[in-house]
Design a protein around this ligand. Structure first.
Ligand code: UD1
Length: 423
């Protein structure tokens, strides 16, 4: 198994090209199930999660042309006919976003069998909101043997419905949005997620001929159509990757240019980084991040659905807070178990106290390199950030989590002068 070794203490300086957003590309790939025509996606990142989704779609009968490569791939997906409607446990277990094929499969074929994702490192993460929304659209759901067996009752077309989500869910909004494009009549999604990835998905669906209004707000209106056509679409830039490298510049007191980065969707994150003393300049080529001169100031954050502070940047921000002057507070409101990185950061000398969903982080003068273990995607990268700022050598094990969501992480950091390698 591979590990990452970091010799910390270097101020990072250089340029990092930003990849396409994983969390946009995954639902966009699932849209191929809604049409017989070609969907061409550009700026697709080369990540293990994308490979998992490609394998899942191929198993369902999709043809996928194009190879993943650093710097963004062009993939053409075609699902002229669906040969299987089952998403098996082996794939769903590896990647929870596999459940995004449920809505499209139902809309296209009237039936789907998708493994229940089960829990994961950061929390219980049920799919009850997805299922209840589909039931309101006329789907009968049977849970047996660890699988969701879903069939459209009566006829083979979903019925439009007024669905009020009990809480904001990105995945449920995406699943229902895709399903509703081919439903009979109008669907209204109330308390919908407003994430930029939802807007990206809706824009692609609109170019496929879907009738959607209100995406980007908490109420989305969809008028179902009989069929969707092919489309070409460019995946938006990955705001979590942007935020991660922005924090890398801040935690090392360096300066990094993020090429192709769009800062529009990172207001909450940039406000926090600026409050800590960082400078962030938005240019036509991307973003320049200049870390604070001297000791950064303490900052408090609370995670929230978009436009709030993203939970996917909470662990990285915690690594940064270990280095600031004074005490900072983090409140995690999205996932109940998203502090798995805390014991590992403590091994590096961080002073963190957790009480339920709140963490109090007192800045220390130095982090010290140590052997640590990655537990999930974002927790892993927080250890990389801590290692970059720590004195001495940090060795991170179980780094396969990083390959799920960061394209060429080591190469991009080496390009900015970091002493980091995979062994
Ligand atoms: C997506 C992102 C993930 C991000 C998360 C929150 C993708 C592929 N993943 O995950 O990176 O951390 O949004 O921004 O886009 N919930 C339920 N029942 C449900 C669905 C969700 O209780 O049926 C709960 C979850 O357990 C969680 C909260 O709702 O506590 C938000 O989850 P959700 O927005 O659905 O996250 P994902 O779509 O899984």
């Amino acid at each position: 198994m591979e590990n990452i070794i970091i010799r910390g203490g270097e101020s990072l300086s250089g340029q990092i090209p930003i990849s396409g957003a994983k969390n946009s590309a995954l639902p966009l790939m699932a849209t191929t199930l809604l049409t017989k025509e070609n969907i061409t996606l550009r700026n697709v990142p080369a990540l293990d999660d994308i490979i998992s989704m490609r394998d899942l779609l191929k198993g369902l009968g999709s043809e996928v042309l194009g190879d993943l490569k650093k710097g963004g791939a062009e993939l053409t997906l075609n699902t002229n006919s669906i040969k299987d409607t089952e998403a098996p446990y082996e794939l769903v277990r590896k990647m929870r976003a596999s459940v995004l094929v449920l809505g499209p499969l139902l809309a296209r074929c009237g039936h789907a069998r998708v493994s229940l994702p089960g829990g994961c490192a950061i929390g219980n993460r049920p799919v009850d909101i997805h299922l209840s929304g589909l039931e309101q659209m006329g789907v009968s759901i049977d849970l047996k043997g660890g699988y969701i067996d879903a069939t459209i009752a009566g006829n083979r077309r979903l019925k439009g419905a007024r669905i009020a989500f009990p809480m904001v869910s990105v995945g449920a909004t995406e699943n229902l949005l895709m399903a509703a494009t081919l439903a009979q009549g109008e669907t209204e999604l109330i308390n919908a997620a407003r994430e930029p990835e939802i807007i990206d998905l809706a824009n692609c669906l609109i170019s496929m001929g879907a009738k959607i209004q209100g995406h980007g707000t908490d109420t989305i209106l969809i008028s179902g159509v009989e069929a969707l056509n092919g489309a070409e679409h460019r995946v938006i830039s990955d705001r979590i990757e942007i935020g991660t490298y922005a924090i890398a510049a801040c935690i090392t007191g360096g300066q990094i240019d993020l090429l192709g980065a769009d800062g529009t969707f990172l207001r909450a994150v940039f406000d926090t980084l600026r409050a800590s003393g960082a400078e962030i300049d938005e240019n036509n080529w991307g973003l320049r991040i200049i870390g604070p001169k001297g000791k950064p100031k303490a900052i408090d954050i609370m995670t929230d659905p978009y436009p709030g502070f993203p939970t996917d940047l909470q662990a990285q921000m915690m690594a940064y807070m270990t280095r600031v002057s004074g005490a900072s507070m983090i409140t995690e409101t999205i996932f109940e178990n998203r502090f798995m990185h805390v014991p590992e950061l403590r091994r590096m000398g961080a002073d963190i106290n957790v009480h339920n969903s709140t963490a109090l982080v007192r800045g220390v003068s130095n982090l010290k390199g140590a052997p640590v273990m990655a537990t999930d995607l974002r927790a892993s990268v927080s250890l990389v950030l801590a290692g970059l700022a720590a004195d001495g050598v940090t060795e991170i094990s179980r780094i396969y989590h990083l390959d799920r969501g960061y394209e060429d992480l080591v190469g991009k950091l080496v390009g900015c002068g970091a002493h980091i390698k995979r062994i």
